[in-house]
Design a protein around this ligand. Structure first.
Ligand SMILES: Nc1nc2c(c(=O)[nH]1)N[C@H]1C(S)=C(S)[C@@H](COP(=O)(O)O)O[C@H]1N2
Ligand SMILES: [Mo]
Length: 474
């Protein structure tokens, strides 16, 4: 396959699955669901590659299908005012926190919010559990807290992760780098237990989750709303959460009660829940189900819905940043590069590191995942030579045979979802970084921030791309 590195059919059964905390033993349903999800992760990657993988569909095909299109942009520094505005509201993970042991602090976890953050009173707010059930139920914060709970690390990632690494991207979406992630500790009750308690009636097909936030999207007034099939909802791994890192949810992360669908892209984890509705309507497919799909064109009858997370590795950018250009300045010598890798429910096979922009790769040291849906720490060594400019990359492979996209390869799809091109970290090696007050001239890197000044900056296109198209240097 031209568009991927290392997607291969192997399943050596090796899983990295760490210990879990929790008020209740997570055995049984939770772990079984994780195994099933790991298997499905491979299927979802294959379905995506079949539909929009390179060779199957490209930006050129898109332009032929829609020659008058004005919704995509190819230019690196051509970010629209709308993208900047969304990018400010929906901030990314602070990549340096990949060095942090333990759960991602709330303030460094990414945020994605379509509309306004609703202000709900935790003392009075209630989630209506209703629809095609025997006994409807009102779930207040105090009643949900009294239920048996599970606490587990969950790696979350937005479907738009890496979007700005795509040559063509949807122009009104969050211009994410690889930073649309977080791995916090989530506490909640099992959705399956809750549904068993209300008694799902014969013929139930779907469970619809509605958020309190309201807005207009695709010219349609709506609450943020998503569904899961009854089978997905009953598997036992989906959580109705009220705590993040042991504290009440913050308003931006869904207070007082939200859903967490471990191992799926973030859109499934509906925040600010107002209702959980069981329906016998098998055809229910809300706007957000359609929007979060791998599509060839805006109206694609064969769109593939986004589900399980892809496999990915990220590194904490070494050294120190230049405020303006985000160039990393690294002292010479052997540097320990550390990072994290994840694959949703799947186990990790290996992580690889490159110090030459993906020309050659070496295997990193990989630890266990911190939970069935968490991430795993890794480290590698890089011998930084005084005076050199290096672009560092990393990539992961999972036990289901999945790998990441090749650098510079488009998995072109209408809303640029699911990109897994490796993170690139642009580094200049300079011993003076250890001397406060020393001068280091980064004018070239700063000029290269603007395509119009690229020539004058003297930076190669490859280096400018690494610095600015994939803002993995942060
Ligand atoms: N009600 C509601 N739920 C939502 C969203 C939203 O806009 N409204 N955004 C979704 C998307 S696209 C993502 S990636 C995650 C982000 O969760 P976080 O902000 O807690 O990181 O929430 C999901 N749940
Ligand atoms: Mo998202």
């Amino acid at each position: 396959m031209a568009d991927v590195q290392g997607d291969e059919s192997r399943n050596d059964g090796k899983r990295t699955m760490g210990s879990m905390g929790g008020e209740r033993s997570m055995g049984g349903a939770f772990l079984e669901a994780a195994m099933d999800e790991a298997r499905l992760a491979k299927k979802s990657r294959q379905a995506m590659l079949e539909h929009v993988g390179s060779g199957k569909y490209s930006a050129e095909d898109f332009a032929r299908a829609d020659p008058g299109d004005w919704k995509h942009t190819t230019s690196r520094d051509d970010f629209t005012a709308a993208e900047v505005q969304i990018g400010k509201r929906c901030h990314g993970f602070h990549l340096e926190l990949l060095r942090h042991q333990g759960p991602t602090p709330v303030s460094s976890h990414y945020v994605l919010t379509h509309y306004d953050v609703p202000v709900l009173d935790p003392a009075t707010h209630a989630v209506q559990v209703r629809g095609h059930v025997h006994r409807e139920l009102e779930l207040t914060l105090s009643s949900v807290r009294r239920r048996e709970s599970i606490t587990t690390p969950v790696l979350m990632a937005c479907a738009g992760i890496g979007r700005s690494q795509q040559q063509k991207r949807f122009w009104t979406h969050a211009p994410w780098g690889p930073d649309a992630i977080g791995c916090a500790l989530w506490t909640g009750c099992s959705l399956a237990d809750l549904l068993r308690e209300v008694g799902v009636r014969e013929g139930a097909k779907k469970v619809i989750f509605t958020g309190a936030d309201k807005g207009v999207e695709g010219n349609r007034v709506q609450h943020f709303q998503r569904c899961l099939s009854i089978e997905e909802a009953m598997k036992g791994h989906v959580l109705v959460c009220w705590a993040m890192n042991g504290e009440d949810l913050s308003p931006a992360h869904g207070a007082p009660i939200r859903l967490i669908v471990p191992g799926w892209y973030g859109m499934a984890s509906v925040k600010w829940l107002t209702s959980i509705e069981v329906t016998a309507d098998a055809s229910w497919w809300g706007y957000q189900m359609d929007a979060y799909s791998f599509k060839r064109t805006a109206e694609d009858p064969n769109a593939v819905p986004l589900t399980q997370l892809a496999v990915r590795a990220l590194m904490a950018p070494p050294g120190f940043p230049d405020f303006v250009s985000r160039t990393r300045v690294v002292p010479p010598g052997v540097q320990e590069i550390v990072g994290k890798a994840w694959a949703g429910a799947a186990g990790l096979d290996r992580v690889e590191f490159s110090s030459d922009n993906g020309e050659t790769w070496e295997r990193a040291e990989l630890e266990e995942k911190n939970g069935p849906f968490g991430w795993a720490a890794w480290k590698a060594k890089w011998n930084a030579l005084e005076g050199e400019t290096a672009v560092l990359c990393c990539r992961a492979f999972d036990c289901q045979g999945r790998g990441q996209d090749r650098l510079g390869t488009e998995i072109f799809n209408y809303a640029s979802f699911g990109c897994t091109q490796p993170q690139q970290v642009y580094c200049r090696v300079d011993a003076r970084i250890d001397t406060p007050g020393a001068d280091i001239d980064l004018t070239s890197e700063q000029k290269a921030a603007k395509t119009a000044l690229l020539q004058e900056s003297g930076l190669s296109v490859e280096h400018a791309q690494a610095l600015y198209q994939a803002p993995g240097s942060q």
